[in-house]
Design a protein around this ligand. Structure first.
Ligand code: FES
Ligand code: FE2
Length: 386
């Protein structure tokens, strides 16, 4: 059975996905892409290539974090996006805004990490900015007769909140709404942030990303974790815009045989992995969703930002314990993936391969590289015209 590669077609409903999974179980098949792909290993090793990929990230709308990561007025997150330090903060009016993270006096960063504040105050000399970025106070202002406070607010970057996610775009000419039009409502309004963390991964960001996007490795890599409760090489793969969704069923999906109806729940019976092009992966787990943002640091280093969100209330401790259990289980699998990814990074140094092979089972990765190649061309053309 071929995967749905029509970018414009809506995603299948849960029932349709479940039916497709049953067909695969019954026939020992899986979704197949239409083409294989050879990606040059230089594209994982080259500094120039990484520079171009950062340009791609800087020129389009990308997910910054889930809305619930800055739920309250004054909540902020300060971190690099494609090597550019930004701060995203929720204003008094409830609107999330993004700014370049540099004071307009002598450029010091206004914040690091995350927190909640009433104003952004520079740690160097105390210039203070309101949550909407306007310059509110200059200590000993008489020393700056030429500074017009009204025009020295923080430098704003386009920021857009939609379907439970905050997107930013550093390109002033970009059409944000068009970029995100095909992204479905992934994160319901009632979700809250359970936790967030960051970690450095000593591997190229694409090697790391690729490990989430196929089920061909389940038997070999996850022998005693996922394989005993999932299936070997059985996924449903769909395209939406430049993005993909890969459904990984658990054997407990058998409990839905004969019960396929509109209100059935696939929670805990399959994991959907949404790849939001280029660098974000959102995965569904029982009672929660994990948002992973991959920030390329250099060609062999990635910073992974993880946000765990859930619609379960704080008072529902039994359900929350279930989430913790599920996450502990997923974390074991993630360690196995990480070991493989680090090994693949080392494998690049062997110079054995001019390219990496991606087969018909790995079509979400083929889509990633197809669209990256197109974006690469677009950015190169734009550069030539400058
Ligand atoms: S650099 Fe920020 S107040 Fe001086
Ligand atoms: Fe894996």
């Amino acid at each position: 059975m071929s995967e749905n590669t029509n970018d414009q077609k809506p995603l299948l409903s849960d029932i349709e996905v479940v039916r497709r999974i049953f067909t695969h179980i019954d026939n020992a098949t899986t979704d197949l892409g239409k083409q294989s792909w050879q990606e040059p290993t230089d594209n994982y090793r080259s500094k120039e290539r990484l520079e171009s990929e950062l340009k791609i990230l800087q020129s389009r709308s990308i997910v910054f974090c889930p809305s619930s990561a800055i739920a309250k007025i004054g909540d902020y997150i300060a971190r690099d996006v494609a090597s550019v330090p930004l701060i995203v903060v929720r204003g008094l009016d409830g609107v999330a805004r993004a700014f370049r993270n540099a004071c307009r006096h002598r450029g010091v960063q206004l914040a690091n990490g995350h927190g909640c504040t009433r104003a952004l105050v520079c740690p160097y000399h105390g210039w203070a900015y309101s949550l909407d970025g306007s310059l509110r106070n200059i200590p000993h202002e008489q020393g700056f007769p030429d500074v017009d406070k009204a025009t020295r607010g923080l430098v704003e970057v386009a920021c857009f909140e939609s379907n439970g996610l905050i997107f930013i775009n550093q390109n002033p000419r970009a059409d944000i709404e068009q970029d995100i039009a095909c992204i479905p409502n992934l994160i319901p309004d009632n979700t809250r942030l359970l936790n967030s963390s960051s970690q450095i991964v000593n591997a190229n960001w694409k090697l790391y990303l690729e490990s989430s996007l196929e089920g061909y490795h389940i038997r070999q890599t996850h022998k005693s974790t996922f394989f005993p409760v999932q299936y070997d090489n059985l996924t449903v793969v769909e395209a939406f815009g430049q993005n993909s969704r890969v459904a990984f069923p658990y054997q407990s999906i058998e409990g839905l045989r004969g019960k396929e109806q509109a209100d059935m729940s696939v929670d805990g019976r399959l994991t959907y992995v949404y790849h939001l092009f280029p660098n974000v992966v959102i995965s569904t787990f029982p009672g929660c969703m994990q948002v992973n943002v991959l920030e390329p640091i250099d060609e062999s280093t990635t910073r992974q930002h993880t946000y765990l969100v859930s619609g379960i209330c704080e008072s529902e401790t039994v359900l929350l314990n279930g989430v913790t259990e599920g996450q502990n289980f997923a974390a074991k699998g993630a360690i196995e993936d990480l070991e493989i990814v680090l090994s693949a990074q080392q494998g690049l140094a062997s110079k054995a391969n001019e390219y990496l092979e991606f087969g018909l089972f790995e079509s979400a990765i083929v889509r990633l590289h197809t669209h990256l190649a197109k974006e690469f061309e677009r950015v190169s053309k734009a550069k030539e015209q400058m």
